[in-house]
Design a protein around this ligand. Sequence first.
Ligand code: BEZ
Length: 227
Amino acid sequence: MPGLTIGDTVPNLELDSTHGKIRIHDYVGDGYAIIFSHPADFTPVCTTEMAAMAGYAKEFEKRGVKLLGISCDDVESHREWTKDIEAYGGGKHKVTYPILADPGRDAIRQLNMVDPDEKDAKGKDAKGVSLPSRALHVVGPDKAVKLSFLYPATTGRNMDEVLRAVDSLLTAAKHGGKVATPANWKPGECAVIAPGVSDEEARKMFPQGFETADLPSKKGYLRFTKV
Ligand code: BEZ
């Protein structure tokens, strides 16, 4: 994926939003934030995703993770659209997170969130111009991208997976990158010990012990531990 990727510092853009002007680094602050783009306001998949995010907002908040939406329409449009999003969610969840406005499509380019195949069909001045993809960056306290999703406009994201991925990132960070999470991991399940950690080091780091999978190679690299 060319452009902004894992390890890069997210550009410190200042943009209008439904919560007033936001400067990205200030918004991220000392915690984690999820910046997620949507092709356009008043589109079907985006409306379901925004409502789903509103429903998960408390879970992210519990983990100290802020949410920040971005769509390429203006703030007035975002405010009108928010009424639809909340109504679609049955009025159960308010959209409490800000939605950035990027009518000029400059921010989505800098954030590497453009879908070159998806063109604006309704924009007055922007007809035929590329729309944002369904991109999502998890940004850490150091303002660097920790994880990115890149989905096309036709595939709505799974918020359970966003939450699971965030839990994985937070778990790995809590243990200084000495643990990783295996396939389909969920919080409460065993993590694996990272490859650079020797058994001796692991015994000191994980007094609860660890279990090594018995594999044909006998290399002893797949070690599970409770975290
Ligand atoms: C949608 O949000 O439903 C959507 C937006 C652009 C293209 C296709 C679907």
